[in-house]
Ligand binder design. Structure first.
Ligand SMILES: C[S@@+](CC[C@H](N)C(=O)[O-])C[C@H]1O[C@@H](n2cnc3c(N)ncnc32)[C@H](O)[C@@H]1O
Length: 201
């Protein structure tokens, strides 16, 4: 049986009991190093999740007799590995255990309601900055190519200097930092982060 389990933003206390139970029952754990490190005492086989998703899918095809748990950051179906697994294996062959996404966590820490929020990502895709500057409330998971600074510069270039950027770094971890800044105040570098843009006129 193949399971994909949401790991939440990173703090062990934010993983659901159902995900922990799935890990405890697993023969094999697949995940990023930071997620595998949370289960250092796991006695079964482990496989590090890298960028080669086609190779992972082929390998998983041959593991159907074993209990494999794929550890997904945040929620598996929010810009996560869960979407690829559903497309490849179908829902009958896959159990999905939800998790708390980094965006949900940041909204909870800052009291931003999630009504009418546009959930998007800059991960490996062209960002539509015009649409971003027009929207009143956006939450974005980011990557190294397009992080807070690139977003801030694009907003300034489109006249949205008065919006707020709420940047959550290393959420739920010991080195968590949360910033609420105007675009002009955004620094060049932030560690793992999500950004909420508040542009409510
Ligand atoms: C591939 S996306 C996965 C999003 C994930 N499925 C979710 O629900 O949060 C990875 C991105 O999520 C964000 N992220 C995940 N964990 C985070 C954390 N603890 N703090 C800040 N951002 C985080 C970062 O933008 C990171 O680049």
């Amino acid at each position: 049986m193949l399971t994909v389990a949401g790991m939440g933003p990173g703090n062990l206390a934010l993983i659901t009991p159902q995900a922990l139970e799935a890990v405890a029952q697993a023969d094999v754990l697949v995940g990023a190093k930071r997620h595998l490190a949370q289960f250092a005492s796991f006695a079964g086989e482990v496989r590090v999740l890298d960028a080669d998703i086609p190779a992972l899918l082929t390998w998983l095809e041959n593991q159907r007799a074993r209990k494999v748990v794929v550890l997904a950051s945040g929620d598996p179906l929010f810009y996560g590995i869960g979407t690829r697994l559903v497309a490849h294996f179908g829902l009958d062959a896959l159990r999905i255990i939800p998790g708390i996404s980094a965006v949900q966590y940041l909204c909870a820490r800052t009291g931003i309601d999630m009504n009418d929020i546009w959930l998007t990502s800059s991960h490996g895709r062209e960002v539509d900055f015009d649409a971003l500057a027009r929207a009143s409330k956006v939450a974005m998971v980011t990557d190294k190519q397009c992080g807070p600074k690139a977003i801030a510069e694009a907003l300034i270039a489109r006249g949205a200097e008065q919006c707020w950027l709420v940047i959550g770094e290393n959420l739920s971890l010991d080195n968590e930092r949360i910033h609420r800044l105007r675009p002009a105040q955004v620094q060049a570098h932030y560690e793992m982060n999500v950004v909420v843009i508040l542009n409510e006129r």
